[in-house]
Design a protein around this ligand. Structure first.
Ligand SMILES: Nc1ncnc2c1ncn2[C@@H]1O[C@H](COP(=O)(O)OP(=O)(O)OP(=O)(O)O)[C@@H](O)[C@H]1O
Length: 554
């Protein structure tokens, strides 16, 4: 149980470190609450012996008032301690999720193509939470439970060490039970996490392709996977339910042993009845933290499976990364050049580009054409540094793109592809996506230049109309014009247009040509297209040969 926990801590504790003062304060407060509880039971023992046994009501008020005060104090410090634990836990969640997401942003398109988005969502949500339950709040809970056990056990020893011995005799049993439990539960938790990922993956996929699912879908797919997940959760629940039951039996045996032994001690006049009551009350406090420590194995098991799934993401090698020496030279002028570029995709033998050369000067529009599979989109991917070249260099303003910070490079390039990306939000949000600080006037001006203003104004709430995920309310051509407005507002010096009209029919395609021409004005533009109307806009045309005929130079 400890070894996997150590791995989880080794990798994730650095993230919790910034919260260690908070975690420490929470632990101190919770320990103080346990101290208050110990005092309360002590008072109970006194009340039993002095007040109840002698029927002396006058002696009741003072300890009763102190008890009430201690209970109040315990409530206050306990709740503040709980809140601080939650706060530290939430902060940890936030930084872990940010770290994983920031790493995801450095990974290649291949990485995402091979994985289901829903599974990634599950990793970023519930797996992150399972790690937090151990490394964040788990640390406080374990520490507090350990200290509580020590407090209550010490007080029990002070009351009667013989009884205390009888009470703690059960602890080795707890340890054995917890280890047995941990072994079984770890495997079950792994299966449960994986099945959860699978199910969310399919749900996300089906939701994203609902029309296809409605027409051709296998209706039972979500149900089947849901059943698999349910089974693994039930297997976990069986263990989860069995464990407290077994603990309960062990505790009962131990309480009976204590009462039997206590009765004997009372008969020998070595213990008062108040002492025995207080002792029984101590057991009521002692066992819950021991139980919590036993449950730790479940937390560790879930955190281990969750962390394995997170580490798979965090350890995925980015295909490109920022050089430590990368410096942002500021906004580029837009001179794009490919110098004898050779490229093959990872895990493939055949080069897609070989000795490819191209120069696009600021303000120039170059169309790149060629057969399907000739490598046109690859040219765009290399410029945007989704991959690095195998040979040769890609340069922006004469600087090798590998030496620029990725964020600076991508800030200077706008990408418009055939699949127009829309986000859940209003039309205005979507236009301002690349420049959230844009004013309404700037947004409207961009929409006007993109020939989108008329249709936007005809929508029920104009610029404030919610377009929903993927812009379901808009036609393909309208979406493309919103995307053009977005690119206009982002105002990057370099523009990559990847088949911007290929998913549009004739009239819709015609309507975006003029906005595209306006967008390209004054920028260095690489226009990947088969569309002769777009090719006609180009200053130059580069035709990529069928794979591996001969290098192209213009
Ligand atoms: N991630 C990848 N891994 C392996 N091979 C890839 C990958 N992406 C593309 N390819 C291959 O590289 C070649 C060039 O792909 P690319 O997408 O650049 O072609 P294209 O000219 O843009 O084609 P189209 O006009 O059909 O979009 C194709 O043969 C394709 O199968």
């Amino acid at each position: 149980m400890l070894a996997p926990a150590r791995v989880v801590f080794a990798r994730f504790w650095p993230l919790a470190r910034s919260n260690r003062r908070l975690l420490g304060a929470a632990a101190l407060l919770l320990v103080a609450a346990a101290g208050c509880d110990t005092t309360a039971i002590w008072l109970f023992s006194g009340i039993t012996d002095t007040v109840l046994k002698n029927g002396d009501l006058a002696a009741f008020w003072r300890p009763a008032a102190v008890w009430a005060g201690v209970a109040l104090l315990s409530g206050v410090v306990g709740s503040v301690g709980q809140y601080l634990t939650a706060l530290a836990g939430e902060r940890f969640l936030l930084s872990l999720r940010d770290k994983v997401f920031a790493h995801l942003r450095t990974l290649s398109p291949d990485f995402f193509a091979k994985r289901q988005r829903g599974d990634l969502v599950a990793r970023l949500t519930s797996d992150v939470e399972s790690v937090e339950a151990l490394v964040g709040s788990g640390v406080v809970q374990t520490f507090t439970s350990l200290v509580s056990v020590v407090f209550f056990a010490a007080a029990a020893v002070l009351l009667s060490w013989e009884l205390a011995l009888a009470a703690v005799a059960v602890i080795p049993g707890f340890v054995l039970l917890a280890r047995w439990f941990a072994r079984r539960v770890t495997k079950l938790a792994q299966v449960e996490r994986a099945r959860h990922g699978l199910l969310t993956g399919v749900i996300e996929e089906d939701l994203a392709n609902m029309a296809l699912v409605q027409v051709h879908g296998r209706p039972g797919r979500v149900g089947e996977l849901g059943l698999g997940w349910m089974r693994s959760k039930l297997a976990l629940a069986r263990f989860g339910a069995l464990y407290p039951a077994m603990v309960y039996v062990m505790e009962t045996v131990s309480v009976l042993a204590v009462i039997g032994f206590g009765a004997w001690e009372i008969a020998q006049h070595r213990l008062t009845i108040g002492g025995l009551f207080a002792f029984a009350a101590f057991l009521g406090y002692l066992y819950p933290p021991i139980r919590a420590l036993g449950q730790l194995s479940l937390t560790v098991a879930q955190a281990t499976s969750g962390s394995a799934r997170l580490l798979e993401l965090l350890d995925a090698e980015p295909t490109v990364r920022d050089e430590p020496t990368a410096v942002d030279p500021g906004r580029a002028k837009g001179l794009v050049s490919f110098h004898d570029v050779g490229f093959r995709y990872p895990d493939t033998d055949e080069p897609v580009l070989d000795g490819f050369r191209l120069i696009v000067r600021p303000g120039e529009l170059v169309a790149v054409t060629g057969e399907s599979g000739a490598g046109k989109s690859t040219v765009a991917r290399l410029l945007l540094r989704f991959y690095d070249t195998s040979e040769g260099t890609v340069r922006l303003d004469g600087v090798d793109v590998r030496t620029l910070p990725l964020a600076a490079l991508r800030r200077d390039i706008s990408l418009l592809s055939q699949e127009t990306l829309m986000f859940h939000g209003t039309i205005a949000d979507n236009i301002a996506y690349g420049r959230p600080d844009a004013t309404r006037d700037e947004i409207v001006a961009a929409a006007r230049a993109a020939d989108a203003e008329d249709f936007v104004q005809s929508l029920p709430d104009g610029y404030d109309t919610l377009v929903g995920d993927r812009g379901y309310r808009l036609s393909g051509g309208q979406r493309q014009r919103i995307a053009i407005a977005r690119a206009l507002l982002a105002d990057a010096p370099v523009l990559v247009l990847d088949e911007p009209t290929s998913s549009l029919d004739g009239p819709a395609a015609r309507r975006v040509i003029e906005p595209l021409r306006r967008l390209a004005g004054g920028r260095s533009t690489i226009l990947i297209t088969h569309d002769p109307r777009l090719v006609a806009l180009a200053d130059r045309v580069v035709h990529l040969p069928d794979r591996l005929s001969f290098p192209v130079t213009h």
